[in-house]
Design a protein around this ligand. Structure first.
Ligand SMILES: C[S@@+](CC[C@H](N)C(=O)[O-])C[C@H]1O[C@@H](n2cnc3c(N)ncnc32)[C@H](O)[C@@H]1O
Length: 259
């Protein structure tokens, strides 16, 4: 089954059978006419999301390297490769999804490398990438800001494309550098950065841990050292790796001293 030549010539019936064998899919891929998750609760996902910001990503990625963190079945990895990226590495912590990704890429005839690796361990790659995709993962983490710090410290080379579910207000208040101890009204503003902690489950999913509002996503990105170039879509931010506000090379920023 892992012979690329064979996979590229599979019939629709064979693809359909293998898709079913690979378990439940989150990505609704189109594998030569076979849809992998046609009943997805978000519709034709992530194609519907991708269409809303695809034109904001460089159309020609020749010579560029891409790291797709939390790649799932490789929808975005495959799109990057289709744009000519020289090297695309998709990582995920779930072997089931990686198996789906390998199959999808093979059927599509694109060369994507898939590895089982957690975002917390990307330092082990010892490599920076021109584009890092961090789509739909932030709110699945118990330690989301740590993940952003690690990405900045170890793998982000130039652009970071981040997507996060958001809940709460879409307002983003202008924040002050500091607030007096007795000043508290800003905490009640819907546009102040807020992170909602999910102790049990959200949307029947116990892996939804922290759900930020828009202001919080933006503040966290800045705090981890990413300059936000644009909000391409309600949930999608394109950023450039910049200087962390608490001093370069610090994965666990300690306030004070360096400011
Ligand atoms: C909601 S899916 C998003 C998939 C894809 N990036 C997208 O935007 O369509 C979240 C993915 O993140 C992966 N994931 C969760 N925790 C992770 C971690 N610590 N490191 C790497 N991947 C992780 C899950 O296995 C899953 O494939």
């Amino acid at each position: 089954m892992d012979d690329l030549g064979t996979l590229e010539t599979l019939s629709q019936e064979q693809i359909q059978r293998r898709v079913a064998e690979l378990g439940e899919w989150f990505h609704n891929m189109d594998l030569k006419g076979v849809k992998t998750a046609p009943q997805h609760f978000l519709g034709d996902y992530p194609a519907v999301k991708w269409r809303r910001f695809a034109d904001r990503i460089p159309a020609d990625l020749h010579g560029r390297s891409v790291l797709d963190i939390g790649c799932n079945a490789g929808f975005y990895s495959i799109e990057m490769k289709r744009r000519g990226a020289e090297r695309v590495l998709g990582i995920d912590s779930d072997e089931r999804y990686l198996a789906q990704g390998r199959f999808a890429a093979d059927v599509c005839g694109v060369d994507v490398e898939f590895r089982n690796l957690s975002v917390y361990n990307v330092g082990a790659l010892g490599e920076r990438f021109d584009i890092v995709l961090f789509m739909g993962v932030l709110y699945h983490l118990r330690h989301p800001l740590l993940a952003l710090d690690i990405i900045h410290e170890h793998v982000a080379g130039d652009l970071l494309v981040l997507q996060s579910m958001q809940r709460g207000s879409d307002q983003a208040d202008q924040l002050q550098e500091d607030y007096d101890f007795w000043q508290t009204e800003m905490f009640d503003s819907p546009g102040f950065p807020k992170m909602h902690f999910v102790e049990h489950k959200y949307a029947d999913d116990w892996t939804n841990w922290w759900i930020p509002n828009r202001a919080c996503v933006e503040a966290m990105l800045r705090s981890a050292g990413f300059d936000i170039l644009e909000r391409s879509e309600q949930e999608v931010f394109i950023c450039r790796r910049g200087t962390p506000p608490y001093g370069p090379g610090v994965v666990y920023p300690a306030r004070g001293g360096s400011r």
